[in-house]
Design a protein around this ligand. Structure first.
Ligand SMILES: NC(=O)c1ccc[n+]([C@@H]2O[C@H](COP(=O)([O-])OP(=O)(O)OC[C@H]3O[C@@H](n4cnc5c(N)ncnc54)[C@H](O)[C@@H]3O)[C@@H](O)[C@H]2O)c1
Length: 372
C-alpha cells in the first residue's frame, strides 16, 4: 500500500502523523511511504531523516493526497484537505466529528473510509489512541500550574515542592483517570502535597495502591471538593463523563473561598470544562484571572510539546496503522477494536455517537465493512 503523510495545516499544530521511526516500520512491512516536504519540521525531523527512513518526499500536499491509498494525519482534515480525499482511500487520524457537522458533510461527500483515533478501543474498554494525549496533558498540567503559581505570572508565589523547613504547595486533582493519574504523579514527583478526588471507589482503590500512601485519595462530594479547593494552590480539572459535556464541579461562587493567586488548570476544557468560570484559551495567551484565581484552560495542551506528543501518538497509532496498511478494509473486518474506530465509510456514518449527535442514519460498522 502507498501510505501518505501530509504536513499538518491546522493553526499551531506541530505534530506529525508519521515520525521517521514509524516510516521505517511501514517500509519494513513492504509499504511505500510518501511524506510531504517539511511535514516533520515541528518535531525537528527534516526531509533527510524521512528519506533515510525510506520515505519518498512529495513536494506538495496535493501530491500526497492524490497518490496515497491511506493518509495518516494528526488533526481532523481541514476544508481544503477533505476535498482531496476520495472513495477507496483510508483516512487515519483524530476526527472528533460529533461537534463538527461541516467536516462530517465533507467526509461523507468524499466517499473516504475514515478511521478516527479517538474511537478505537482496546480489550479493557479503554481508548488507546486517546490515552497518550491524556498522559501528556496530565503531566503538563502540573508544569503549567507551577508556572502560573509564580508571583510574576500572577500566582501566589508558592514553590510546589517547598524546601526543607517550608511546607510544600497543595495540589487537588479532580478526576483520577488517565489525566488525573499523570498529573498526580508529576505533582508528587515535585514533592507537592497531592489529593485526588474521584467518584469511582474502585478507581480510588487502584490509585491508593499505586501511590502507596504518597498521594491522598478522596471520594468526590460537594463538601470534599470545597474543602480541597479552598486549601489548594493548584487545582487540576480532569473529569470525564464519556460522550457528555464535563460537569461544572467548581462554581463561580466557590472562587471567593479559594486562596488569592491559586491556579485552576482545566484540562477538561475540550469537553466544555469542569469549572464554571472556564473558557478555552490558547498557548499564545494561556491564562486569565477571575476573582483573584488564575485560570489555565488550553484546549490542545499536547501541542505545547509536539516532540513528545508526536512520538507518544505514533507509539499508539503504529500497530493499528500497520494493520490497515497490511490488510486494507479486511483489517476492520478482523478486529472489532479497530472497527470501532470506523466513523465514515463510502458516504455513510458508521459510529453511533456521531450518527446520534448529528442526526444521521447509522450503518453498523460490521455491516458497512462486510458490504465493502
Ligand atoms: N486540554 C487538553 O489538551 C486535553 C488533552 C487530553 C485530554 N483532555 C481531557 O481531559 C479529560 C480527562 O480525560 P481522561 O483521559 O483522564 O479521562 P478518564 O476517563 O481516564 O478519567 C476521567 C475520570 O473522571 C472521573 N469522574 C467523573 N465524574 C466525576 C466527578 N463528578 N468527580 C470526580 N471525578 C469524576 C471518572 O471516574 C474518571 O476516573 C477529558 O475531558 C479529556 O478530553 C484534555
Amino acid at each position: 500500500m502507498r501510505v501518505g503523510c501530509p504536513k499538518e495545516i491546522k493553526n499551531h499544530e506541530y505534530r506529525v502523523g508519521l515520525t521517521p521511526g514509524s516510516v521505517r516500520e511501514y517500509v519494513a512491512h513492504g509499504h511505500e511511504v510518501l511524506v510531504e516536504t517539511g511535514a516533520g519540521a515541528g518535531i525537528g525531523a527534516d526531509d533527510g531523516a524521512y528519506a533515510a527512513a525510506g520515505a519518498r518526499i512529495a513536494k506538495t500536499a496535493a501530491d500526497v493526497f492524490a497518490r496515497s491509498d491511506m493518509i495518516v494525519k494528526v488533526k481532523e482534515p481541514q476544508p481544503n484537505e477533505w476535498v482531496q480525499l476520495r472513495e477507496g482511500q483510508i483516512l487515519y487520524t483524530y476526527l472528533h466529528l460529533a461537534p463538527d457537522p461541516e467536516q462530517t458533510k465533507g467526509l461523507l461527500a468524499s466517499g473516504v473510509t475514515a478511521v478516527a483515533y479517538e474511537t478505537v478501543t482496546d480489550e479493557r474498554g479503554g481508548l488507546p489512541l486517546l490515552a497518550p494525549m491524556s498522559e501528556v496533558a496530565g503531566r503538563l498540567a502540573i508544569q503549567a500550574g507551577a508556572t502560573a503559581l509564580q508571583k510574576a505570572n500572577g500566582g501566589r508565589g508558592v514553590l510546589l515542592g517547598g524546601v526543607p523547613g517550608v511546607l510544600p504547595g497543595k495540589v487537588a486533582v479532580i478526576g483520577g483517570g488517565v489525566v488525573g493519574l499523570h498529573a498526580a504523579r508529576m505533582a508528587a514527583g515535585l514533592g507537592a502535597d497531592v489529593t485526588i478526588l474521584d467518584r469511582s471507589i474502585p478507581r480510588l482503590r487502584q490509585l491508593d495502591d499505586l501511590f502507596a500512601g504518597r498521594v491522598h485519595t478522596r471520594y468526590s462530594t460537594v463538601e470534599a471538593l470545597e474543602e480541597e479547593c479552598f486549601s489548594a494552590d493548584v487545582i487540576v480539572g480532569a473529569v470525564l463523563i464519556p460522550g457528555a459535556a464535563a460537569p461544572k464541579l467548581v462554581s463561580r461562587e466557590m472562587l471567593s473561598g479559594m486562596k488569592k493567586g491559586s491556579v485552576l488548570v482545566d484540562v477538561a476544557i475540550d469537553q466544555g470544562g469542569c469549572f464554571e468560570t472556564s473558557h478555552a484559551t490558547t498557548h499564545a495567551d494561556p491564562t486569565y484571572e477571575v476573582d483573584g484565581v488564575i485560570h489555565y484552560c488550553v484546549a490542545n495542551m499536547p501541542g505545547a510539546v509536539p516532540v513528545t506528543s508526536a512520538h507518544a501518538l505514533n507509539n499508539a497509532t503504529l500497530h493499528y496503522g500497520l494493520q490497515l496498511a497490511n490488510k486494507g478494509l479486511k483489517a476492520l473486518a478482523d478486529d472489532v477494536h479497530l472497527r470501532n474506530g470506523l466513523n465514515v465509510h463510502r458516504g455513510r456514518i458508521t459510529n453511533r455517537a456521531v450518527a446520534d449527535a448529528l442526526g444521521y442514519e447509522l450503518v453498523e460498522p460490521a455491516k458497512a465493512v462486510m458490504a465493502a
